[in-house]
Design a protein around this ligand. Structure first.
Ligand code: GTP
Ligand code: MG
Ligand code: ZN
Length: 294
């Protein structure tokens, strides 16, 4: 029987097959090319005990994609959730996530949560910073339900990962979106202004016959060391429009080259300065890592 791993806890995999969830382990003599299975993996299982829903995985299917942070395979879409405040959004972390999601070729939705706390219109500058990417940007409140129905309209026929830092409200949001989800949520620490890592595992929840949504543990850093220096710009889709007009064309990495159209677009205000600075910072970071590796 073919199923999908909806949750992985150490060496146990919970595999859903036609609305039934089996507790499984990997068969001893089968190794998934030494690759660890993750939530979202499609697998073949043999049922050992139907009554107690126990089985064993004897084969894994090839993946469409694999995300490392949070760990999940075969997603079609990512909803990136950051709170407008409490905890304050880390823009560098947003940029990093957008890069890894683009790398895995998934649809991206940027979702700013907790707008009910936003007395000083923080949302405006956040939206402004990402407008040129063209990604849908939603302002929601999982607490009041504001705009949650708009987010819901994106779920159909997708396997969606909900990702973001601890305390952003991912689990609260999914509880709003999916009636029976009943996920545990946890207060943001007042002292340090951070979440408490309430969600421990990446878990797929069925929305309907063809749609799943995954809750995931909050993250506070994303490593970009598997990205090459010259490829970084491919993940800044707000640069694309100008990229073609640089003097050195596709060889331009928009740093110190003469007649760089991207840099000009930053000066003209078509690309937010904040996004460009982030690009340069990540470029240097990747460079430093590569140097150290050699
Ligand atoms: N004011 C307000 N509080 C919210 C909103 N959404 C979530 N919260 C609160 O924020 C806190 C953290 O919410 P969670 O859903 O546990 O956050 P999470 O992103 O799942 O965090 P981790 O599981 O630790 O990664 C809880 O106290 C929620 O009640 C919102 O829209 N407005
Ligand atoms: Mg959570
Ligand atoms: Zn350029």
């Amino acid at each position: 029987m073919t199923g999908i791993i909806v949750k992985a806890i150490s060496s146990f995999y919970y595999v859903e097959v036609e609305d039934k969830v089996y507790e499984t382990k990997v068969r001893g003599n089968w190794r998934h090319n030494n690759v660890e299975l993750v939530t979202g993996d499609r697998v073949e299982i043999e049922v050992l005990d139907e009554e107690n829903r126990k089985g064993v995985i004897f084969k894994g299917h090839e993946r469409d994609n694999l995300m490392k942070r949070p760990p999940i395979a075969n997603i079609t879409q990512a909803i990136l959730v950051f709170a407008v405040k409490s905890p304050d959004p880390n823009l560098s972390l947003i940029d990093r996530f957008l890069i890894t999601a683009k790398k895995e070729s998934v649809e991206i939705i940027i979702c700013f949560n907790k707008v009910d706390l936003d007395d000083s219109k923080l949302i405006d500058s956040l939206k402004e910073n990402y407008k040129a990417t063209g990604y849908p940007i939603l302002a929601v409140s999982a607490e009041t339900g504001y705009n949650v129905d708009e987010l819901e309209s994106y779920l159909k026929n997708n396997i969606t990962i909900v990702a973001g830092p601890s305390g952003a409200g991912k689990s609260t949001l999914i509880n709003r979106l999916v009636e029976d989800a009943k996920l545990k949520t946890g207060k943001v620490s007042e002292k340090i202004g951070r979440g408490r890592h309430t969600t421990r595992y990446t878990e797929l929840i069925k929305v309907d016959e063809n749609s799943f949504i995954a809750d995931s543990p909050g993250f506070s850093s994303i490593d970009l060391s598997d990205i090459e220096e010259r490829d970084l710009k491919e993940y800044f889709i707000d640069f694309y429009e100008y990229d073609v007009d640089c003097r050195f064309g596709s060889k331009c990495i928009h740093e110190n080259e003469p007649d760089c159209r991207v840099k000009k677009a930053v000066e003209e205000g078509h690309i937010p300065a904040r996004r460009y600075e982030s690009y340069i910072q990540l470029l240097n970071e990747i460079r430093d890592k590569n140097k150290r590796r050699k």
